[in-house]
Design a protein. Structure first.
Length: 365
């Protein structure tokens, strides 16, 4: 999609001109992919604010990716050198640029020293996560990739349940591998992250890692998982129970479901991220479980599983149209069990678009 990537670089150029920067040195591989489509493991990108040609800039990688970069980034001149970041800094200086923005949130202290040594005459200034800000809102093609990733996850969970994959005697690890395999078989290019399978008392641990505990009758079973498709990540959590739910299990499930509905309803163009978090959190607090909701309400998703914006009491900013994010309240009772319900949504002017479609009714298996 050269035209798409050129358009994204043009948006970055507008930011550079506004800030008085001659160029941007992009070294975060996720941001390089967003701006070029390149999927290798070593790359850097120079985007010039102005210069000869309609798309002034240079792409850098090393010799391992000569053929791949020629195919994926055919529209930019290339530099092939192993120490790519430093080579690109030197190139910026050689091309007569003076003030270059760099990704200070990504470059290490040693890396910054190496950039300065490679081009002593450059003045380096922070980009302040300019590319991440561009990535906040997604175009239709990006949202379609997310929609496909979510559909794969939905189908995989449905297949797991239909096949009896959630039953007493299976271990958490077995369930996690089964679910991962189903997502891959359905066309996922990878899983979004290490799948969480947390059963019984372990479901009270928000990010429990699957182990050899066997599922047992009466367990809450919390599954937090996602599929990656075309580089874009889905994210969904569903909590079920093996057998008839106990009263306390039904109580906290219904509470979390109510909080999840409230948080989702608060997702709107222009909504303050802290107020969205507050809409869900106050439901849980009013019920006396505020201390048992120990994390933020949600986060953005896209080329990374955790992106801006952060829906939390410490978040900042407002929601924009076409921003995908999660809404995932939870209540966790140590030693007993926990419930989390999570969807991936897209902020829309007429209300959030739901991408994860698996039922949120309490499922008894």
């Amino acid at each position: 999609m050269p035209a798409t990537h050129i358009a994204r670089r043009d948006r970055l150029r507008e930011i550079l001109r506004e800030r008085g920067l001659d160029a941007a040195l992009v070294t975060n591989l996720v941001n390089v992919r967003y701006l070029t489509g390149f999927t290798g493991t070593n790359a850097a990108l120079l985007v010039y604010a102005d210069g000869p040609g309609a798309d002034p800039g240079v792409f850098g990688t090393d010799g391992r990716y000569d053929a791949q970069s020629a195919e994926q980034v055919p529209e930019l001149p290339r530099v092939l050198q192993r120490a790519t970041d430093q080579a690109m800094a030197a190139r910026a200086a050689a091309d007569g640029h003076h003030t270059v923005g760099y990704e200070s949130h990504h470059v290490t202290v040693d890396g910054l020293a190496e950039l300065r040594a490679a081009a002593e005459q450059l003045r380096l200034a922070t980009l302040n996560q300019a590319v991440e800000q561009l990535r906040l809102t997604k175009d239709n093609a990006e949202i379609e990739l997310l929609r496909r990733a979510c559909a794969i996850a939905d189908q995989a969970l449905a297949g797991l349940i239909e096949a009896g994959g959630l039953r007493p005697g299976r271990t958490e690890r077995q369930v996690g591998r089964d679910l991962d395999g189903r997502m891959l078989d359905l066309g996922a290019h990878a899983v979004s992250f290490e799948t969480i399978v947390a059963t019984g008392p372990s479901s009270a641990i928000p990010h429990h890692r699957p182990d050899d505990r066997e599922l047992a009758a009466g367990d809450l079973v919390k599954l937090d998982f996602g599929a990656q498709y075309g580089g874009y990540h889905s994210d969904m959590t569903r909590t079920m129970v093996l057998g008839e739910p106990a009263g306390w299990q039904r109580e906290i499930y219904e509470l979390v479901a109510a909080a999840q509905r409230a948080g989702s309803a608060a997702v709107a163009v222009g909504a303050d991220v802290r107020e969205v978090d507050r809409a869900a959190r106050e439901v849980i607090e009013r019920a006396g479980y505020g201390e048992r909701f120990s994390h933020g309400l949600g986060h953005g998703v896209g080329l990374e599983i955790h992106e801006a914006p952060a829906l939390s009491p410490l978040g900042a900013g407002t929601l924009a149209e076409a921003t995908p994010l999660t809404v995932e309240p939870g209540v966790y009772l140590p030693g007993r069990g926990g419930v989390r319900i999570e969807d991936t949504l897209v902020v829309r002017a007429d209300g959030p678009e739901l991408l994860t479609l698996t039922t949120k009714d309490l499922v008894s298996l």
